[in-house]
Ligand binder design. Structure first.
Ligand code: 4AD
Ligand code: MG
Length: 463
């Protein structure tokens, strides 16, 4: 007898098979006719399969009729066509084994309708809910689409390091990695001496794999990295995590237009795959979380992204007649309120902003001929704001070194990075897509803490 998933058991093709199913009881209902209905879920899909357990089962009174919400069970039986509406199949149980009981008094998911805030306090159990199961399946699908998309286009997947001595984004939002005893740090001239630390110098968790993946772009052409990144920014917002996952492609012999085209095709593929393969989960989010979900998703796949310069965007914002919490003028950083106004209210569609002031962006972005702007791009989408940040890279050694000094970086620390310009430099470009921002977009969920299995935010590293 095959053990199959609930997803497989719910398909009409399964009718007639005798199978084994394992999962958790979502509900149990006892019929007056002396039998019970068990709604079984195993996380393989959004829906449950209905198990019909007859009163003739030897353990019917002792086990079946006492099955509680959250208990784990193994069921053997035949898959039959279901007479009920909304389900193709049901299981007629020949055997019901209780694997693990769940105390009805204390099981936190006994009742439905908990707030997301409460569910965050039981992050180890929330994957058993419809919402968090759906998010986990979508997260998996996006990850698969990422690898398939790049593989089909001849990109190589590069594993960039987690521990690094460089600050890619220059924001100084780094978590230090050290084995120094905080109570007895080695000192030289009264200062902690990192020459005695594990790596012989200060080391950090990476904020981005970009600098290292550039070394592979400048030798293999088309590459990407996909891994966890860490930022110690103390911004307690619904869009920031201290640990998040980022996908960063990097392409040699490519300019900003190529980069925009790649970003657009990439997002379209991710959304298209989710629409094609996660229909049941997306419908759940469209019904329960965000009524406009499908319109938002189809707006990604159905039309070209607008491309608007930073200068034009600032013009639109200043002429909008709106009062902003953060006033805008040319040279000021765009805040979430500005980005969301542009994509949600003004353009009402995805938009790529490009050519930002050089003072706002990191040292590695290519300086334009005007000397004032760099070849940066941010992709903004309704509901989220910035989902992608990227640029064409500065391939001219002298300009790169000037930019490093301008931003207070020590070129000695980045000499390996400068070597990529010193020997056979090429125009190249890349970007970073935040995986969790993508999931906010795909589900309509409001808080980024709810789209990663175990969120890390200021003051919170539970589990
Ligand atoms: O714009 P960012 O900082 O760009 C980089 O890190 C570049 N090195 C990428 C590259 O060119 N290879 O981050 C890229 C994306 C953002 O657009 C956003 O989606 C996400 O990463 N992101 C965050 N997501 C969650 N929490 C945070 N604290 C994030 N910071 C950035
Ligand atoms: Mg950015």
């Amino acid at each position: 007898m095959d053990t199959i998933s609930v997803a497989a058991a719910r398909r009409a093709e399964a009718v007639g098979r005798t199978v084994r199913l394992c999962g958790w009881v979502r509900t149990r209902r006892d019929s007056k006719g002396g039998f019970s209905f068990i709604e079984l879920n195993d996380g393989s899909c959004q829906g449950n399969v209905q198990v019909v357990a007859a009163g003739e089962l030897p353990n019917y009174e002792d086990v079946v009729k006492k099955l509680k919400v959250g208990a784990s069970v193994a069921i053997e039986g035949e898959v039959k066509a279901s007479p009920a509406k909304g389900q193709a199949t049901e299981i007629h149980a020949a055997k019901v084994d209780l694997l693990g009981d769940a105390d009805a008094e204390s099981y936190p998911l006994q009742k439905k309708g908990h707030t997301y805030e409460f569910l965050r306090t039981i992050a180890h159990l929330r994957p058993r809910t419809n919402t968090f199961g759906g998010i986990a399946r979508l997260r998996h699908q996006v990850s698969m689409s990422v690898h398939q998309f790049f593989d089909e286009r001849g990109f190589f997947y590069i594993h960039t390091p987690i521990i690094t001595a460089s600050d890619c984004e220059g924001g100084g939002e780094l978590f230090r990695v050290t084995t120094i005893d905080p109570d007895k740090p080695p000192k030289t001239d009264g200062k902690t001496d990192y020459a005695h630390d594990f790596f012989g110098k200060p080391a950090y968790l990476t904020v981005s794999g970009q600098l290292q993946v550039e070394a592979f772009a400048c030798s293999m052409g088309k590459v990407y990295t996909f891994g966890p990144t860490f930022r110690a920014e103390n911004s307690n917002t619904p869009r920031h995590l201290a640990e998040f996952w980022m996908i960063e492609p990097e392409v040699a012999f490519a300019d900003l237009t190529d980069n925009m085209n790649l970003a657009e095709a990439f997002l379209k593929r991710i959304v298209g795959d989710a629409l094609a393969k996660c229909d049941e989960d997306l419908k759940f989010f469209a019904e329960r979380v965000d009524k406009g979900l499908f319109d938002r998703l189809h707006a990604i796949t159905g039309q070209p992204f607008l491309r608007v310069s930073y200068t034009e965007a600032v013009d639109i914002l200043t002429k909008s007649g709106k009062t902003w919490e953060f006033p805008v003028s040319w040279g000021s950083d765009l805040q979430s309120e500005h980005e969301r106004f542009l994509t949600e209210q003004h353009f009402k569609q995805p938009v790529i902003l490009y050519d930002y002031p050089r003072t706002l962006k990191p040292f590695y972005m290519r300086v334009n001929d005007d000397g004032k702007t760099v070849r940066a791009m941010d992709v903004l989408v309704p509901g989220v704001g910035e989902i992608i940040g990227g640029s064409q890279r500065e391939e001219r050694l002298d300009v790169l070194e000037t930019r490093m000094k301008e931003q207070g970086l020590h070129p000695e620390g980045y000499s390996w990075y400068a070597d990529l310009r010193r020997y056979g430099t090429v125009p190249h470009a890349g970007f970073g897509l935040g995986l969790e921002r993508t999931l906010l977009f795909l589900t309509g969920m409001a808080n980024i803490r709810d789209v990663i299995p175990f969120p890390r935010t200021p003051g919170n590293a539970e589990y």
